[in-house]
Design a protein around this ligand. Structure first.
Ligand SMILES: CC(C)(COP(=O)(O)OP(=O)(O)OC[C@H]1O[C@@H](n2cnc3c(N)ncnc32)[C@H](O)[C@@H]1OP(=O)(O)O)[C@@H](O)C(=O)NCCC(=O)NCCS
Length: 404
């Protein structure tokens, strides 16, 4: 078996690495030419005998857990050349990038997967959802008017970021977005689309909700007097639909409803059991697509210390973490949370054992510790340990708005 080496991508790797992406994910000469402009910072390659066999991209951001943003390495565009697959290149690439990212101050890692096995193999577990809800515009609840809904521009971004952060800090999983995440991912649109941005303020002038969206072509009906039959009209595809008061939710929903005569549906990302559904009067919105994501604790002590805990939590739990991929994580820990403040210590031994994958699922509040016991991830020596972990990690079901 060829010795494998993992290192940051250099300009010299470009001609070998980007064709591997094209072959892995599809793409033609135009896409490859476009890739020549892509920055190579935070891209990594795995090589064998000096030849690039695969690559991935690391994204730096943070996820809110328990009210605190935990620095994370998002993993994207993992690709191994078809000739080199199934021989450990992907696993080696992942393992070494996880090691490097933990050392670089990112105790957590997350990703969206097209296949789970390679990521489970290096310690990831399903840790949350990205639900896209859909509702016909004609079923949206109506309120008095949309006159307090106003457009905003880049100049108003600070207020929007603050509103986003206030909401995100009450949820689990949502991303604390770096500035260029806003400008490129949330606001970036192809040349054939407009981006629409509207907000709602409360009586004191504070932004309490906002929407960022494009119009997405969808079969529907123009009024028959214009064009008979089915035509592509448009849906409102929300990139963000954020609200922190009932007034803001009602105003934004009414504003969206005002598009009903030509528009079809509204799509938005929301948590499981989205509280927005409580505003709908008759027809319930549906989950149009549901995509899961995975998490990995690359630095167990760092993760346990970094997340927030409810101020009412007072627990002590001792457990031994099993981690075959990153053995530095393996061993016994004591997690003590006092009035919501965590202390994490390495200890000699602990009778309760937990697989690092199960710990990721519990840490994100995706899997209740009772379920982790049922699934075989958590093997407690006494019920109190399970209950202590349940109290520590209790919180809203984790979700994400955007895809990466
Ligand atoms: C997914 C991919 C990166 C894996 O790379 P690889 O070098 O073949 O993976 P490895 O040889 O290191 O295998 C790691 C583990 O994953 C399993 N595995 C690899 N590819 C798999 C697949 N497509 N489906 C299911 N299991 C897979 C292997 O059996 C191995 O499991 P094991 O540890 O239990 O033996 C590679 O197949 C690829 O580039 N696929 C096309 C692009 C893609 O889907 N990328 C992922 C985007 S999220």
């Amino acid at each position: 078996m060829t010795a494998l080496d993992v290192r940051p991508m250099t300009e010299n790797d470009r001609d070998a690495a980007f064709p591997i992406y094209m072959e892995a994910f599809g793409g033609g000469p135009e896409d490859l030419a476009g890739a020549a402009e892509l920055p190579i910072a935070d891209r990594w390659v795995v090589t064998g005998e000096g030849k690039v066999l695969g690559a991935l991209r690391l994204l730096r951001f943070a996820h809110y857990f328990g009210g605190v943003a935990v620095p994370a390495a998002g993993i994207a565009a993992v690709a191994v050349s078809p000739q080199a697959r199934g021989r450990g290149a992907g696993a080696t690439l992942m393992r070494e990038v996880l090691r490097a990212s933990a050392a670089d101050g990112m105790p957590l890692s997350t990703l969206y997967m097209s296949t789970m096995a390679p990521y489970r193999g290096v310690g990831y577990e399903v840790a949350g959802v990205r639900n896209r809800y859909r509702a016909p515009l004609t079923t949206l609840p109506r309120s008095n008017d949309s006159s307090n809904v106003e457009p905003w521009t880049d100049d108003g971004l600070d207020e929007i970021v603050q509103c986003h952060r206030r909401i995100a800090a009450t949820q689990n999983g949502l991303i604390d977005r770096p500035n260029d995440w806003w400008t490129k991912r949330i606001f970036g649109v192809p040349s054939n689309k407009f981006l629409y941005r509207y907000l709602v303020r409360d009586g004191g002038g504070v932004v309490r909700g906002y929407a960022v969206y494009t119009q997405h072509p969808e079969p529907g009906h123009f009024p028959d007097s214009w064009t008979p039959g089915d035509e592509d009209v448009y849906a409102l595809a929300m990139r963000d639909f954020m609200w922190e008061t009932p007034e803001a939710a009602r105003a934004l929903l009414n504003f969206a409803a005002d598009h009903w005569s030509v528009g079809t549906n509204i799509y938005w990302s929301g948590p499981p059991g989205d509280p927005l559904l409580t505003f709908f009067r008759d027809r319930l919105p549906v989950v149009d697509t549901s995509y899961m994501w995975m998490a990995r604790l690359t630095d167990v002590a760092g993760c346990l210390t970094a997340r927030g805990y409810s101020p009412g939590v007072d627990i002590t739990a001792e457990f031994t973490v099993e981690d075959a991929t990153l053995p530095d994580n393996a061993g016994a820990y004591r997690l003590e949370v006092s009035h919501g403040k965590p202390t994490v210590e390495r200890i000699d031994k602990a009778a309760t054992t937990v697989d690092v994958r199960g710990l990721a699922a519990m840490y994100t509040s995706s899997m209740h510790p009772y379920d982790a016991v049922r699934a075989g991830f958590l093997r407690p020596d006494k019920d109190e340990t399970t209950d202590a972990l349940a109290a520590a990690f209790a919180g809203p079901a984790p979700w994400l708005i955007e895809f990466f």
